[in-house]
Structures are given as C-alpha cells and as structure tokens.
Write a protein that binds this ligand. Structure first.
Ligand code: ADP
Ligand code: MG
Length: 309
C-alpha cells in the first residue's frame, strides 16, 4: 500500500452534529459521526451511571512481536463485549491499519484518523466510526508513523492518549487498544492510558521471547507513568489442541512469568483468515465456530476480572 497522508474533507467532517444510523460496512462514507452519547446510556450530565466514578475499563492489547493475534483479539473481544451489551470503543494504534481494514473501513478513505487526534488537530469524537459488529472504532491510516515521529518531540507524549480518552469517558464501558508490534511511543502511551494489559501469546516455540522485555516496560510504566496499570493476563492464541507442543507451551506460560492465563486458549483455525476479508469479526462471520466460542468465553472471563460479573 502507498503512503497516503492526504487529508480529505468529507461530508462527515462538515456535518459533525448529525447522528447517523449507517455503519461502516455498506455505507458510502464510513466516517460516521456520532454525537456524544447518542447511542449510550448517559444521563443529563452526560455521564453514564455505571461509569460515573470510574469511566471505561481501558485494556491495552500488546506484545511487541507481530503476528501473535493482537488485532484479531481486539476485533473478536470487541464484538464479544458488544454482544454482552457493553459499549465498546476500539482504537487502532498500528500504522499497518489492520484493525481498521478488518472492520470494513478502508484506511485510504478515512477523513479523520487517530493520527490527527494524537497530534491535536481533531477531537476523538471526530474520528469515531460505527462498525458493523456493534463496536465503535477510531481508525488508523498508513501515515500514523508520522504522528509517532511528531509526538517524539513533545512533552508529556506518554499521556496523550490518556488525556484524549477523558473526552469520551462517559460514552463507553470498555476501550480496547490495538498496539503496534513495537515498544515505541504509541505503545507507551497505550500502557499509560490503560488499566489493564492483555498479552496475546501464541502457543508456539519461542513465542514467549520478548515477554520479559514487555514486562520490564510495564514495570517502568507502573513506576513512572501509570501506577494503576496491571497485567490482566496472557491470552494463549493460535492453540493447536492436538499438538503436545502447544499443550506444553500453554502449561509453561503462566508459571514462567507468574501471570494469570486467560481461559480458554484460542484455537488455531482457518476461519480467522477469512473474517477480515468481509470487514466483520469471526463472531459474525462464523458465529458458532470454535474460535468464536473461545473468544466469547475469554471475554466472559475477562469481564469477571474487570467488572466482577
Ligand atoms: P498481530 O496483530 O499480533 O500482528 P494478527 O491478529 O494480525 O496479529 O494475526 C496475524 C495473522 O494470524 C492474521 O493473518 C490472522 O488472520 C491470523 N490469526 C490470528 N488468530 C488466528 C487463529 N486463532 N487461528 C488462525 N489464524 C489466526
Ligand atoms: Mg496487529
């Protein structure tokens, strides 16, 4: 794909007060503007009763290795939380824009992305898109790397995402952050904004390499930037139940790092490769497949840890 930093002025940008019922999939312009709290259970003061005290649970999904199913996990857990009736916001923090693409939004048609929001050229509400799986998305674009470079020179850059999320804190129950495969400034900003970190880890040989480094970073973030951050757990992904090796890796994962392991492990299945092509998560393309069921069960187990339900 070519870098396309062109900023388009779309109808959505100029009619920001107009709520729309259309969704990303099948909609001509995917940048659907949503008035604050238009679909949320907010009271007159604009705050949700359930979240008046705490705001949404912000969950960073990170692992600096690529291909460990971060993006698949964000899309699938997001759809699962939405099925549970939660108000879900997903944020694509990767310049590859895979989450954006997999939810049916063409990054090249995005008028306002996380890029403009991060560098202060737009508010987060201007970037939110409603997607077909019942989730809202702040899309990425290929030139997000440009935003990362701009942020590098700014004071307080680690706090930028936390500050941005304050604007929508009464609109959502959970915010999932799809991190890029690096421990760069955007991942640090995600860890600084987050309450929890979920680490997807494939049940394959050497997949745990780098986790020590990620946990060192978490320790630094906890000490210097965000004392509230906790590792909610490791999510075993790409699990092959028939393989003794997968079983051995699974058995080793939690013990090695002293971290909770979120159950059940997510099975390796071809269905995951098919879902992004139609802009929906596996929960809608393959409703009762074992992968969809596993993500629903993992979301339930996370919900227990997050909300005690
Ligand atoms: P990351 O965001 O960590 O780079 P992705 O979520 O993009 O990882 O997944 C990498 C690749 O693995 C994608 O092609 C995705 O479709 C595939 N994949 C993810 N989870 C599974 C799974 N459980 N079974 C089979 N393929 C999977
Ligand atoms: Mg990804």
């Amino acid at each position: 794909m070519t870098a396309s930093p062109t900023k388009r002025t779309s109808a959505a940008q100029t009619s920001s007060s107009k709520p729309s019922a259309s969704t990303a999939t099948g909609s001509e312009n995917p940048q659907v503007r949503r008035r604050a709290g238009a679909t949320s259970r907010t009271n007159r003061s604009g705050r949700s009763d359930a979240n008046a005290a705490t705001g949404p649970y912000v969950l960073a999904v990170a692992n600096q290795k690529g291909g460990v199913a971060k993006t698949t996990t964000v899309a699938s857990l997001g759809a699962a939380f939405a099925e549970m009736g939660k108000r879900v916001l997903l944020i694509d923090l990767d310049a590859q824009a895979c989450l954006t693409f997999s939810l049916g939004v063409d990054p090249d048609t995005v008028a306002v992305s996380i890029n403009e929001v991060l560098i202060g050229q737009a508010g987060i509400r201007d970037a939110i898109v409603e997607c077909a799986d019942g989730v809202h998305l702040v899309p990425s674009v290929i030139d997000l790397a440009g935003a990362e470079a701009q942020l590098l020179g700014r004071p307080g850059r680690e706090f930028v995402l936390r500050t941005i999320l304050e604007e929508v804190e009464s609109d959502y129950d959970i915010v999932l952050l799809d991190c890029s495969p690096s421990l760069g400034v955007l991942t640090l900003a995600a860890l600084t904004a987050a309450r929890g970190l979920l680490i997807p880890m494939p049940c394959e040989m050497l997949s745990h390499r780098g986790v020590g480094q990620l946990l060192d970073t978490v320790r630094d973030v906890t000490r210097l930037l965000n004392p509230k951050l906790e590792v909610i757990g490791v999510l075993p992904t790409l699990f092959d139940g028939r393989s003794a090796h997968s079983q051995a890796v699974l058995a080793d994962v939690g013990e090695r790092y002293g971290l909770p392991v979120i159950e059940p492990p997510i099975p390796k299945t071809i269905r995951f490769a098919e879902a992004p092509a139609v802009g929906r998560s596996i929960l809608t393309t393959s409703k009762s497949s074992k992968g969809a069921r596993a993500y629903r069960a993992a979301a339930k187990s996370l919900a227990g840890r997050i909300w005690g339900a």
